[in-house]
Design a protein. Structure first.
Length: 152
């Protein structure tokens, strides 16, 4: 009976890791890190499953680089293997958090992309200006370097 439970647990984790792998590789398929993982992706998925089940999973170092556009910023990119685990975790917790978010939280939410955000801004602008017939003010701001300044 215990083996059946363990096998079912591992089967579920492996299935969920395969889904997470396919999610993680979107827009990352041509990166060297993703290609290296993909070369042996099935054995990598099974190894990840074993590490997760046995509490042996260890995060690998991130790669740091600078991008210039749209603004200069420092980016820390997770190892592709860790991206798979990020998606694995996200796929479990997203339905729980989705119920708690307000309608105007947009980042990384299904159906809440740029176009949805633009429609909402237009709605609020029309609402507060009475369809552009009254003067209204909008504050646009960016807190420069906010995340790099946060204490760990």
């Amino acid at each position: 009976m215990v083996n059946t439970v363990n096998n079912n647990k591992k089967e579920k984790i492996v299935t969920d890791l395969f889904k997470a792998y396919f999610d993680a590789r979107k827009n990352k398929r041509s990166t060297l890190n993703a290609l290296a993982f993909e070369k042996y992706f099935e054995s990598n998925i099974f190894e990840l499953a074993d590490e997760i089940i046995e509490n042996r999973y260890v995060i690998k170092p991130s790669i740091c680089f600078i991008v210039e556009k749209p603004v200069k910023r420092e980016v820390f990119a997770a190892d592709f293997r860790d991206r798979v685990v990020h998606h694995f975790i996200y796929n479990y917790i997203s339905p729980l958090f989705e119920k708690l978010f307000i309608n105007d939280s947009y980042s990384c939410r299904v159906g809440k992309g740029t176009h949805f955000g633009i429609k909402r801004v237009d709605h609020f602008m029309r609402s507060c200006s009475q369809n552009y017939s009254k003067e209204a003010y909008i504050l646009k701001l960016d807190i420069k370097g906010y995340f790099m300044a946060m204490n760990n």
